[in-house]
Design a protein around this ligand. Structure first.
Ligand code: ADP
Ligand code: MG
Length: 446
């Protein structure tokens, strides 16, 4: 069964289950682009789209796939490389009747100027700039940018394309994901057009190819890519690739390819540290016309740490929520969005030790008294507050808390938590104290 028909069927099924505005807002803009294993690949305009569908319509989408596809209910989103302007003719699904992804498909938003530099990515950025200024003639050929998801590899790759074309508009810049390269290649095999396929790529002055780990295990595609690579490399054309790992550590890629890759330069991008995250958030907020207070930015940066795409997603979601629900962007909204994105937990790296230390500092009760057995009022109050915070911030179990606090019974902990919870609602002094501990822990806004 072909993916276009499957998707057609899915849309008709969804038409019966979803309101028409949902269908036109979220499903009609989706382009099916093929199958990868048992997953149907769906191209969507941006990350937000993908997340929205996944978080709101996963059940419906799977049900519709179940009744329309013989491959099961799995799907995967591919974020479109295309700019959302009507000037771009839609690409044909065969991938052969139009030119391969090139100039027009460079995302013009991804530039060096809006790529925030930090110690985690400066080497990669500078190598990329050097390649863009001097393609094929810089010793960095091929350039491979590698690192975890959402850290800016694709951004840098498009930035190279944008900058190179800006410097020399005549350059033939070909930019493509490895996934699309594979699909186009397979299509060309089916249609006996592998020669045309190869030629499209061999005319490139710069070939930018994203996520080469996708070639894993695809022998024939690797073969094809190997030849393309050699032709370009030998005529001094620039090749830039991105990957999820250091090429030397990639499994499932032919060794002759890997050894070619190692003749160039491999640079990594690491997760951003706190300061870089703040800088990125400020930049993204500005790009989206959103003005956020600094404490909000800092709060997000303290909680969302893994990757830049998540930081960006958080900003977009805050914006979407406030405009869809027509509410002000306040601390509650921000906390809610951050909590959703971290899977309900805030700051999962705060430990019981951190909490006790902070309560100790704020109450002047020594740490060892807090976990000790004294029944003095002041001490037991600090203890109970600490237990309450362990429960609230970390979601720790009553048993674990009891164990940590000198082997107390879980009912003792339960009592403490309940008691402080009530006081926190009624007694101003306790409330203020708890708030200040949370702030000092970076858990709440200051
Ligand atoms: P990757 O390809 O490594 O998975 P992307 O390049 O798609 O990651 O980056 C994810 C998002 O984060 C993109 O929207 C990109 O613009 C943004 N981004 C990543 N790193 C930076 C950075 N240093 N400065 C600004 N934006 C960044
Ligand atoms: Mg990418």
């Amino acid at each position: 069964m072909n993916y276009v028909d499957v998707w057609g069927g899915v849309l008709s099924s969804l038409r019966k289950t979803l309101p028409s505005h949902a269908l036109s807002a979220w499903f009609e803009p989706v382009d099916p682009i093929g199958f990868s294993g048992d997953k149907i690949l769906l191209e969507v305009p941006n990350q937000f789209f993908a997340e929205w569908i996944e978080s709101h319509y996963d059940k419906e989408l799977r049900a519709a796939l179940r009744s329309n596809s013989d491959k099961g209910t799995n799907y995967r989103f591919i974020i479109s490389d295309k700019e959302p302007t009507p000037l771009n003719p839609p690409e044909s699904n065969t991938g052969l009747t139009t030119a391969p992804l090139h100039k027009n498909n460079i995302n013009k938003q991804y530039r060096f100027e809006n790529f925030i530099e930090g110690s985690n990515n400066e080497f990669a950025k500078n190598a990329a700039i050097s390649v863009a200024n001097n393609p094929g003639k810089n010793g960095f050929n091929p350039l491979i940018i590698y690192g975890g998801v959402g850290l800016g590899k694709t951004h840098l790759m498009h930035a190279i394309g944008n900058e190179a074309i800006h410097k020399n508009p005549d350059l033939n810049v070909v930019i493509i994901t490895s996934e699309k390269f594979t699909l186009d290649f397979v299509n060309s095999l089916r249609k006996n057009k592998t020669i045309e396929f190869a030629q499209q790529y061999r005319k490139a002055d710069i070939l930018l190819i994203d996520d080469i780990q996708f070639f894993r295990g695809k022998e024939q595609t690797q073969e094809q890519f190997f030849h393309t690579f050699n032709v370009l490399y030998q005529s001094g054309k620039q090749i830039v690739m991105t990957a999820d790992k250091y090429p030397g550590e990639m499994k499932g890629l032919q060794t002759r390819l890997l050894s070619r890759f190692q003749s160039g330069l491999s640079v990594d991008i690491q997760p951003p540290n706190f300061e870089v995250r703040v800088a990125i958030l400020l930049e993204k907020a500005e790009q989206n016309g959103l003005s956020l207070d600094y404490d909000v930015v800092e709060f997000i940066a303290r909680h969302i740490k893994e990757n830049v795409r998540d930081l960006e997603g958080t900003i977009i979601r805050i914006l979407a929520k406030s405009s869809l629900m027509n509410i002000e962007i306040d601390h509650d909204l921000v906390r809610q969005v951050v909590q959703e994105r971290t899977g309900g937990r805030l700051n999962n790296d705060i430990s019981m030790e951190d909490i006790i230390k902070q309560v100790s500092i704020s109450s002047s009760v020594p740490e060892k008294e807090i976990v000790g057995s004294s029944r003095k009022m002041e001490i037991s109050k600090a203890r109970q507050i600490s237990m309450y915070l362990c429960r609230e911030i970390m979601g720790a179990s009553l048993n674990n808390i009891g164990m940590y606090f000198g082997g107390r019974d879980h009912t003792t902990v339960m009592h403490a938590v309940k008691c402080i919870k009530e006081k926190n609602e009624k007694e101003e002094e306790i409330k203020t104290f708890i708030m200040s501990v949370k702030q000092d822990l970076g858990y709440a806004f200051s």
